[in-house]
Design a protein around this ligand. Structure first.
Ligand SMILES: Cc1cc2nc3c(=O)[nH]c(=O)nc-3n(C[C@H](O)[C@H](O)[C@H](O)COP(=O)(O)OP(=O)(O)OC[C@H]3O[C@@H](n4cnc5c(N)ncnc54)[C@H](O)[C@@H]3O)c2cc1C
Length: 391
């Protein structure tokens, strides 16, 4: 049986940056199981959906982001034995390890929204969160001059759900500049009672929604999609948005089946990995660790959160035998464009308290400079520094 010191399942934002950091710190034998041959910087998908970026800008061959010295096992994990620990690959190989890190991200829960796949295929619905449909979003939104459109934010857990507001606001700003916003009937389906659950940011976002004339369905979730209709369950009963010119519907998400059905999972309905939210160590399997979107950390997951998670996990894996642990405070980020070229950056800890990276300026206030950083500087930082374990 193939065996490694550290085996990381998932070569996304979490897995690659962690592997790079461990190797920089002197780890000798790190392997990454990653099935895909393309790596994507997913935050740019929302800019693709606003005509501000192309898919080519966010995609790299997976081989080019694998850290020097890491072993890439290009295969699909089918099941896990957390006690071993080891994983079984689809090609029948079993790979064992001294320490296992589980970070395969989240999977779309297509069963949660009947009709969504068919609506994507028909072309009147799409989402920046779905790689296949992201390039079709802007051509569909750009030339609309009237009619009803709907945007949705997915319920948690989801990959940086707040950024589902980006395509909405960037499209509204475009329509306002084009002089057609008043002829459009724009709706937003929110899973909560307010946009993101952070009072100061919510006040700004509510004003922005009102200024664009967006009608908001709250505490709502999409129950089905079909025949240019999006059906939504709300506390007041089911509602139907009919005759839609376009529907930007983000899928719901859950943990991969092999995680949810294993002893890695805890009590969450989505089957997330049970993990000590401070140390990132599994509570029942001491050789197993988890981070990223699949870990049950009591936060809204984001790529920005990984900067802190990777640092804590690297320290804790090294110090585990001594029992001295660094603690993750639940830091996460929500970058939201309120117009085509203005962005608010909301940074909070696990309790929802502000956790700004820089004390000044106030990044919650929407700024052009913050948009520029999000659109132009961060993608460079991601490929040159974050994925190389330097941040
Ligand atoms: C549209 C969109 C916009 C976003 N915008 C932002 C933003 O502006 N700011 C921000 O901070 N975050 C943003 N995010 C969130 C961010 O991309 C995620 O939080 C981050 O990618 C999570 O990293 P991860 O490694 O946990 O999961 P992923 O990036 O999903 O990586 C998981 C990897 O595991 C692999 N994998 C899964 N299952 C298996 C298996 N069985 N076998 C082998 N390999 C497997 C997958 O192929 C994948 O490469 C956005 C996400 C999306 C979708």
């Amino acid at each position: 049986m193939e065996h490694h010191d550290v085996l990381i399942v998932g070569g996304g934002n979490a897995g690659i940056s962690l592997a790079a950091r461990l190797l920089r710190d002197g780890a000798q034998d790190v392997a990454i199981v990653e099935s895909e041959s393309v790596h994507r910087y997913r935050p740019l998908l929302n800019y693709v959906g606003a005509g501000e970026a192309s898919m080519a800008l966010l995609e790299r061959p997976a081989a080019s982001v694998m850290p020097d010295g890491a072993t890439w096992i290009q295969a699909v994990v089918e099941s896990v034995d957390p006690g071993g620990p080891s994983v079984l690959l689809r090609d029948g190989r079993r790979v064992g390890c001294a320490r296992l890190v589980v970070c395969p991200g989240l999977e779309e829960d297509w069963d949660a929204t009947p009709g969504l796949v068919e609506a994507y295929a028909a072309g009147w619905a799409g989402s920046t969160f779905v790689v296949e449909t992201a390039p079709r979003v802007w051509p569909a939104l750009r030339d609309l001059a009237g009619g009803r459109v709907v945007f949705t934010m997915p319920p948690e857990p989801a990959p940086c759900s707040a950024t589902a507001l980006k395509p909405l606001f960037m499209a509204c700003d475009h329509w306002r500049r084009a002089g057609v916003l008043d002829d459009l009937d724009v709706h937003l389906v929110l899973p909560g009672s307010s946009p993101i659950g952070v009072p100061r940011a919510d006040a700004l976002l509510e004003r922005t929604l009102a200024s664009y004339g967006v009608q908001v369905l709250r505490d709502a979730r999409v129950s089905s999609v079909g025949a240019r209709r999006v059906s939504v369950t709300t506390p007041a009963g089911d509602q139907h948005l009919d005759d839609l010119r376009y529907a930007h519907v983000v899928p719901h998400y859950h943990a991969p089946r092999w995680v949810a059905e294993s002893d890695l999972a805890g009590a969450s309905a989505a089957g997330l990995v049970d993990v000590d939210p401070a140390t990132l160590r599994h509570p029942r399997h001491g050789a197993v660790w988890s981070l990223g979107d699949v870990a049950d950390l009591g936060i809204k997951p984001s790529g920005g959160a990984l900067r802190k998670q990777v640092a804590v996990l690297t320290q804790n894996m090294a110090a585990a035998d001594a029992g001295v642990f660094a603690r993750y405070d639940g830091y996460t980020v929500m970058p939201i464009t309120v117009a085509r070229h203005r962005l608010m950056l909301v940074e909070i800890d696990r309790d929802g308290r502000p956790a700004p990276t820089v004390p000044f300026p106030d990044l919650v206030r929407p700024r052009r400079a913050t948009w520029w950083v999000d659109r132009y500087a961060l993608p460079q930082t991601y490929f040159r520094r974050i994925l190389r374990g330097k941040v």
